[in-house]
Design a protein around this ligand. Structure first.
Ligand code: ATP
Length: 280
């Protein structure tokens, strides 16, 4: 998906330093379930934003809204919007959002298990030009050499970690500006989670912004530069990941015994300076 200079300028004009903006987002399922209540967040341009929260906090709802798949789950935006630069995208269908460069990797991978690894990648590049596809495949094979080695094998024969790599690789085939990752560490062994973390960092280093939804807060805070914590549909905490991982609240609720392994020396007043708190 070629990005002209004017596209980039337009995307950055209104909110400099950010690529995707969610404002005052309220989402309902049917009449009775209010899943998000006025969520505000910004995805830094070429940065990684982690979205943390426990079961039912609204993480998947947020990703569904950004990717345009909310309707498929009978959800509806009742207030607020999602913008990619100046363009409002929360009323677009999923295919149009992919064409604009926002591509998701769903929870549970959802690769085509009967198709070959290579055909899965081809399916991901369907909206790109032939030239872009060649470039994207080269990038994917460099990031995941195993996908080149096993190109002709049925995708269902890959291990869980390799399937996750294929799912990410398939999303990268359309050269997205923003990659949405829904629980990429789910069900994977710690060593594989580490590998996936390294790959997310690499994707970010190559200039793609990432929204990383995770229950594995240790992994997410290590990878992301910014993070938000969702609690029952509201943003409870937001800030730089290093600051959040030092916050008592995040350590207590999300990092458990792992806190000490990643928290660095606490600076007095750090929480006050960097963390914003909404709601209660
Ligand atoms: P998990 O990690 O368990 O997937 P989550 O943080 O992703 O949780 P959501 O799946 O977004 O949370 O759910 C937010 C709220 O919306 C919950 O109360 C959930 O029960 C409700 N919800 C989610 N999907 C639907 C749906 N299709 N129909 C009705 N309610 C739903």
């Amino acid at each position: 998906m070629a990005d002209t200079e004017s596209d980039t300028r337009r995307r950055r004009r209104r909110w400099p330093g950010t690529v995707l903006n969610v404002r005052d987002l309220q989402v309902r399922y049917g009449r009775s379930v209010a899943a998000l209540h006025g969520v505000d967040l910004a995805v830094p341009d070429r940065g990684v934003l982690a979205v943390l929260g426990s079961n039912g906090a609204g993480k998947s709802t947020l990703l569904r809204t950004i990717s345009g798949t909310l309707k498929l789950h009978r959800g509806v935006v009742t207030r607020g919007d999602v913008r990619l630069g100046d363009a409002r995208i929360d009323r677009l269908d999923p295919a149009s959002i992919v064409r604009l460069g926002v591509v998701g990797v769903p929870e549970g991978r959802q690769i085509f298990t009967r198709m070959s690894v290579d055909d899965n990648l081809r399916a991901g590049g369907i909206t790109a030009s032939a030239e872009q596809r060649v470039k994207a495949r080269k990038r994917v094979h460099e990031l995941f050499p195993v996908l080149a080695e096993r190109a002709r094998q049925r995708a269902g024969l890959l291990s869980g970690g390799e399937q996750q790599m294929l799912a990410i690789g398939r999303a990268l085939m359309s050269a997205p500006h923003v990659l949405l990752l829904d629980e990429p560490s789910l069900g994977l062994a710690p060593k594989v989670v580490e590998q996936i973390s390294g790959i997310v960092r690499e994707i970010h280093a190559q200039g793609t912004a990432v929204v990383l939804v995770e229950q594995n807060a240790v992994m997410a805070l290590n990878v992301a530069d910014h993070a938000v914590v969702l609690e029952v549909g509201r943003i409870a905490l937001a800030g730089r990941s290093d600051e959040l991982s030092r916050s008592e609240e995040v350590r207590h609720l999300y990092l458990g015994g792992h806190a000490g392994t990643q928290a660095t020396q606490e600076e007095p007043g750090a929480r006050k300076h960097f963390l914003s708190r909404w709601g209660g």
